[in-house]
Design a binder for this molecule. Structure first.
Ligand code: PMP
Ligand code: GLN
Length: 433
């Protein structure tokens, strides 16, 4: 019998962790780290963006039915035909008639394991080493890693709290006048394009800022992409989560963009099924070629029974009424948490979309003297939040190249049950009293 190794015997010979140099700089994902910190302190988890309630019953049943009816072998690599067709129809309902509509869903839509895989497939299948990709900063943590895995370089264009004209539909609350929102400087965007620019990785509605890019902003971006012959990888996973009249617009539908845009989305946020990891990429066939070249070797295909249920989510009236009621619920939870955080002393920029709120904690941090010099530090603040207030949140400096830009901010997720948000606010109130 082999002797069991006790940890002490094992430790001296443990190899040091080995990570390829492409990935070494990225460490452990902040979402895993903060969810673990929440568990350690038994804190209410407003960090990682996943609902703390279950997905819709009719979709769970549909998945179980699909399993019971033998949809359990490899799916077609580009997706179960029913789902490719449902995605095309979902798109048509949102976009109306336009050049970007996938005329052939089987040739222009690729079903992937979440938007996460679609992002990786776009980068690995379409970029060459040395290419440059523009992305708006703060960026979702997978973007720099995917771009690095492809051997390309990322160029950040900062989004900063600015006074700018928002969405026409904002008249309800903010009026049509310029308002304080996250915006980019058009000159900084123009300057980011170089002869090496191959793609722009756009995320709208934007995680973590909650910005929904306006028609005016997307039109400028489209003009620059056309002028520089760049493609756009548009991550639209929060496409249905918009508030107060902010209109989500897909850049693929703007003039000249149908042939140079890949639109990505997934089921996770829209149907509260983040664990299913069903995503997709819609693209003209010449770009689909690169996406599929990578997809076939990354995962080959995605969970068959879940694809059947996903088709029902996207094509049934029940699916649409679920989305409408989720939008309504999230609008209320957003209002509740924005108001509560403001009252507690955070300076917030109300999100136009997503289920995140970015809040400025500088005044509170100074009062709490969390750093020796009183300068705001998002990690110090999040550690304090978890250990002293029993609430976990995300330190957004991880989403910036220039970490200083994120130090005074903290990201809260409101995709949680009302009672979870109420408990979190009560904890914050107690800790900040
Ligand atoms: N893009 C953004 C902007 C996200 O916030 C997330 C997080 N869910 C993803 C992509 C990943 O999506 P999925 O869960 O479908 O892989
Ligand atoms: N998108 C989610 C967020 O921003 C997390 C996804 C993940 O854990 N990878 O919180």
């Amino acid at each position: 019998m082999r002797a069991r190794l006790c940890p002490r015997q094992y430790a001296p010979t443990m190899p040091t962790p080995r990570v390829a140099s492409r990935l070494a700089p990225f460490g452990t994902s902040i979402f895993a780290e903060m969810t673990a910190l929440a568990a350690k302190h038994n804190a209410i988890n407003l960090s990682q963006g996943f609902p703390d309630f279950d997905g819709p019953e009719f979709l769970k049943h549909a998945a179980a039915e699909a399993m019971a009816h033998a949809h359990n072998q490899y799916a077609r690599t580009q997706g179960v035909p029913l789902l490719n067709e449902a995605i095309a129809n979902w798109c048509e309902r949102r976009w109306g008639a336009c050049d970007a509509l996938p005329r052939d869903p089987h040739a222009q839509i690729t079903v992937t394991s979440g938007c996460t895989e679609a992002l990786a497939a776009c980068c690995l299948g379409l970029l060459e080493p040395g290419d440059e990709v523009i992305a708006f900063e703060p960026f979702y943590d997978a973007y720099p890693a995917d771009i690095a895995m492809a051997g390309a370089a990322i160029r950040g264009v900062p989004l900063r709290p600015s006074v700018s004209r928002g969405h026409a539909g904002h008249e309800t609350r903010a009026g049509s006048k310029p308002t304080r929102r996250f915006a980019f400087n058009p000159d900084e965007l123009r300057a980011a394009f170089t002869p090496r620019t191959r793609a722009v990785l756009l995320n709208t509605p934007h995680n973590p800022t909650g910005k929904v890019f306006t028609r005016e902003e997307l039109t400028l971006l489209a003009e620059l992409c056309n002028a520089h012959n760049a493609i756009v990888i548009a991550d639209e996973v929060y496409e249905r989560l918009t508030f107060d009249g902010a209109d989500h617009l897909s850049i693929a539908t703007l003039p000249g963009m149908a042939d140079r845009t890949i639109t990505l989305s997934s089921l996770g946020k829209t149907f509260s099924l983040t664990g299913w990891k069903i995503g997709w990429a819609i693209a003209p066939t010449h770009l689909t070629a690169g996406i599929r070249a990578a997809h076939q070797f990354l995962t080959f295909a995605t969970a068959s029974p879940l694809q059947h249920a996903a088709a029902l989510a996207l094509s049934s009236p029940q699916g649409e009424s679920y989305v409408q009621s989720l939008r309504h619920d999230y609008a209320e939870r957003r209002r509740y948490l924005c108001d509560a955080l403001t009252e507690l002393g955070f300076d917030i920029l109300e999100p136009e979309g997503t289920y995140f709120i970015m809040a400025d904690h500088a005044a509170l941090s100074a009062r709490l003297k969390l750093t020796p010099d009183g300068a705001p530090d998002d990690f110090a603040f999040c550690r304090w939040l978890a250990s002293e207030a029993s609430v976990a949140a995300i330190p957004p400096s991880v989403f910036y190249h220039n970490k200083a830009e994120g130090r005074r901010l903290v990201r809260f997720a409101f995709c949680k049950r009302p009672e979870t948000l109420e408990k979190a606010v009560a904890c914050l109130r107690r800790a900040l009293a």
